[in-house]
Design a protein around this ligand. Structure first.
Ligand code: ADP
Ligand code: MG
Length: 470
C-alpha cells in the first residue's frame, strides 16, 4: 500500500475516536514518511506536535496502522517543517473530513457587531436557572456581579470544581447575562481545547495577527477548562499575552478549571499569580436538598410530574455529579413518555444500575421490597433502639446533641425511613416534632457513616435482628 493511501485509511479509523476539531488541528499536514522494517515513520509539521502525538494519539495510530498493515510493529515520529499544504506527501485533511463537517454545522457561531465571530451561548445555561445551595452560593454570587459589572471588581474570575458540578453552566450563564445587559458587547466563550487548536492553526498558517485581532478585540473572554492548556510555551505565551492585553484594558476575563490555580502544574508561575490576583470561587457537589431542588426544577422545565419520593430517591443516591443526576432524570422522563408509566423507585433503581456502574445504591433502596417480619411502629422502634443503646427514650427524642443520644436518634430515623418505609414527615412527628429535612439529613448521615463504620454496622444488624426488621 502506498504511504499516502495507508495514511488516509489510518485517518478514517482515527476519525471514529478523535473529535473532528482535534483531528483537523493535529493531523493537518502530517504524512507517513516511510514504512521500513516494521516501523512506520510519521512526519509532523511542527516540533510542538511531537509530545501531543506521543501522549494522545500514538497508541491509536499504531493500532489502526497494524490492522491495515500487519507487518507494522512500531511507530516513529519525525518533525519535518517542510510538510505543508503543497507537499505531495500530505493529504488534504479538510477535504478528507468534509463529510463529517457537513453533518455537523456549527450553529453556535454568530456574527456580532464589530465583525467578530463569537461563540453564541447555550440559552439553557442561565444564571437564573442555576439552583443555589451552600456549596455554590459564592460562585453564583460572584458570577452575577461579574455579569453586571464586567471588568470591575472580580477580574479575573476563576471558577473551579469537579466534573459535572456546574462550571460551564455558570460561565455560559455569565456570557448570556452580559449580552442581555448589553447586546453590543463582544463576549467570547471558548474552551481551552478550541483555543489551543486555534493557536496551532495560526502558527501553521503563519498568521498570528488574525488570532491576536480576533481575541484582543473582545470585551470579555470566557475560557472553559483551563486545565487542558497545552503543555507548550507557545500556547501559554499567546494566552498570557491575550490575557494581559484584555486585563490591562479593563476587560473581563473568566476562567474555569477542575482545580485551584496553584494546583495547575502545567501553568507558568506568572500565569498562576495572575489568576490568583483576582476572585477565586469553587463549586462543590450540592447537598441533598439542593440536589432535590435541581431535579424538581428540571421536572418543571420539562413539564413532567414525578413523585417527591422518586426525586428524593435519585437525589439520595447520586451524590457525585449534577450531570449524572440530570442524566438519570432524563432517562426517567424518556421512559415515562415512551411507556406511559409513572416512574417508581423500582424502575428508577433499574435505570441507575444500568447507567451508574460505580454507584452503590444504599441498602434502603436495594431491599425496598422486603417487608418487615413484624408490623412495628416508630414508637416501638424508638423504644427498642433506646433499650439497645441503654439510653432514656426521652433523651433520644429530645434535643441534646451528645453523641450517645445522637447516634440512636439517627439510627431510629434511618431504620424508620429505610426499613419501615415511613414518610419523613411522619418520622419527624414521632421524633419530637422534627422537620422532615432534619430527618432526611439524619438518614443521609447514617448512610454515609455506614460506609466505613464497622461498629455502626454491627449495631444496626443487631437491632434489626432483635426487632425482626430486615
Ligand atoms: P462542569 O462544567 O462543571 O463539568 P456543567 O456546567 O456542564 O458542569 O454542569 C453539568 C450539568 O448539570 C449541566 O446540565 C448543568 O446545567 C447542570 N447543573 C450543574 N449545577 C447546577 C445547578 N446548581 N443548578 C442547575 N443545574 C445545574
Ligand atoms: Mg464544563
Amino acid at each position: 500500500m502506498l504511504e499516502k493511501e495507508l495514511w488516509s485509511k489510518v485517518l478514517v479509523i482515527l476519525e471514529e475516536k478523535i473529535k473532528r476539531p482535534n483531528l483537523l488541528t493535529w493531523f493537518k499536514n502530517t504524512a507517513i514518511l516511510s514504512v521500513e522494517n516494521g516501523v512506520m515513520t510519521v512526519g509532523l509539521p511542527l516540533p510542538m506536535f511531537l509530545d501531543w502525538h506521543v501522549s494522545h494519539y500514538m497508541k491509536n495510530t499504531l493500532e489502526a496502522a497494524k490492522t491495515l498493515e500487519p507487518t507494522i510493529q512500531n511507530i516513529a515520529y519525525l518533525v519535518d517543517t517542510a510538510l505543508n499544504e503543497k507537499d505531495t506527501r500530505v493529504i488534504d485533511i479538510h477535504q478528507f473530513s468534509e463529510k463529517t463537517s457537513r453533518k455537523l454545522p456549527n450553529k453556535r457561531e454568530i456574527r456580532l457587531p464589530g465583525g467578530i465571530i463569537s461563540k453564541m451561548f447555550n440559552p439553557r445555561y442561565r444564571l437564573g436557572n442555576f439552583i443555589i445551595g451552600p456549596e455554590n452560593r459564592l460562585a453564583h454570587a460572584a458570577s452575577v456581579t461579574v455579569a453586571k459589572y464586567p471588568g470591575e471588581n472580580y477580574n479575573p474570575l476563576f471558577v473551579y470544581g469537579g466534573v459535572g458540578l456546574g462550571k460551564t453552566h455558570l460561565l455560559q450563564g455569565i456570557g448570556n447575562a452580559m449580552l442581555e445587559n448589553d447586546p453590543n458587547r463582544i463576549v467570547m466563550y471558548t474552551t481551552t481545547e478550541a483555543f489551543t487548536n486555534e493557536v496551532i492553526d495560526c502558527i501553521q498558517s503563519r498568521d498570528m495577527n488574525r488570532f491576536r485581532n480576533r481575541y484582543r478585540k473582545v470585551d470579555a473572554l470566557i475560557i472553559d477548562d483551563i486545565q487542558f492548556i497545552f503543555n507548550k510555551d507557545r500556547t501559554q505565551e499567546e494566552f498570557f499575552h491575550t490575557f494581559n492585553t484584555l486585563f490591562d484594558a479593563g476587560k473581563q476575563v473568566i476562567i474555569s478549571s477542575d482545580r485551584p490555580p496553584h494546583e495547575l502544574s502545567l501553568l507558568s508561575e506568572r500565569l498562576i499569580s495572575r489568576f490568583e490576583s483576582g476572585m477565586i470561587v469553587d463549586v462543590k457537589m450540592p447537598d441533598l436538598e439542593t440536589r432535590m431542588a435541581i431535579l424538581q426544577n428540571k421536572c418543571q422545565e420539562a413539564q413532567v410530574l414525578i413523585s417527591r419520593e422518586v426525586i428524593e430517591f435519585i437525589a439520595f443516591n447520586i451524590s457525585h455529579s449534577v450531570r449524572a443526576l440530570e442524566g438519570i432524570l432524563q432517562r426517567v422522563i424518556a421512559q415515562y413518555e415512551l411507556e406511559h408509566t409513572t416512574p417508581t423507585i423500582r424502575s428508577v433503581t433499574e435505570i441507575i444500575k444500568q447507567t451508574q456502574k460505580e454507584v452503590k445504591l444504599s441498602n434502603y433502596i436495594e431491599r425496598q421490597d422486603a417487608q418487615p417480619k413484624y408490623a412495628i411502629s416508630v414508637d416501638d422502634l424508638i423504644q427498642r433502639v433506646s433499650d439497645y443503646y441503654q439510653v432514656p427514650k426521652s433523651e433520644v427524642i429530645g434535643e441534646a446533641r451528645n453523641r450517645e443520644y445522637m447516634i440512636p436518634r439517627q439510627v431510629i430515623m434511618y431504620l424508620a425511613k429505610t426499613k419501615l418505609k415511613i414518610s419523613l414527615a411522619k418520622i419527624g412527628e414521632s421524633m419530637g416534632n422534627r422537620n422532615h429535612t432534619t430527618v432526611m439529613h439524619a438518614v443521609e448521615r447514617i448512610v454515609n457513616q455506614l460506609k466505613n463504620d464497622r461498629q455502626l454496622l454491627r449495631d444496626l444488624n443487631a437491632i434489626k435482628e432483635e426487632t425482626g426488621i430486615s
